[in-house]
Write a protein that binds this ligand. Structure first.
Ligand SMILES: [Zn+2]
Length: 157
């Protein structure tokens, strides 16, 4: 087992940072064999209370810095919610959601959706008839779901 001192001796003081001189993993994070050096220093040299599901993040902006004061433990859920706020991730997520929605074997098809749109029945009746929820009935009626593929589709039946 490595010691914190041994690992820190492989770092070089640069300003207020302790920069790792050893090798990096594919994400540019300090590693020694299979050891995540930052996580190790944080738990062994710090609180020793590193909980499962927590990720040790670098806070000074230099991913190779191993100064314990430049680290912060973050729960994975906090990390995920932070990522979710990132517009690119959000976009990918919604694209993935769209794919899921599209590929889902739903209770409706285009013909049924048209029937719902043309129906004079109440929302409740439609919910019961098609086994769908109220929001789905509304979504179909307003064209948010099962939208006609184009303007002419309705005339080409
Ligand atoms: Zn630093």
């Amino acid at each position: 087992m490595k010691s914190v001192e041994e690992l820190l001796s492989r770092c070089e003081q640069m300003g207020r940072c302790l920069v790792w001189k050893g090798s990096l993993n594919h994400r540019g994070q300090p590693r020694l064999a299979d050891l995540n050096v930052r996580r190790f220093i944080f738990t062994e040299g710090g609180t020793k209370k590193m909980m499962k599901g927590f990720h040790v993040r670098n806070t000074c902006g230099d991913p190779t810095c191993l100064h314990i004061g430049h680290m912060k433990a973050e729960s994975r859920s906090a990390l995920i919610s932070k990522l979710a706020k990132n517009p690119i991730v959000k976009m990918r997520k919604s694209a993935a959601m769209t794919r899921i929605v599209r590929s889902r074997p739903g209770k409706l098809d285009m013909d049924k959706a048209r029937d719902i749109r043309n129906s004079i029945k109440s929302t409740k009746e439609l919910m019961a008839e098609y086994g769908i929820c109220e929001s789905m009935v509304r979504a179909v009626q307003t064209g948010k779901q099962w939208k006609e593929p184009n303007h002419f589709a309705g005339f080409m039946r």
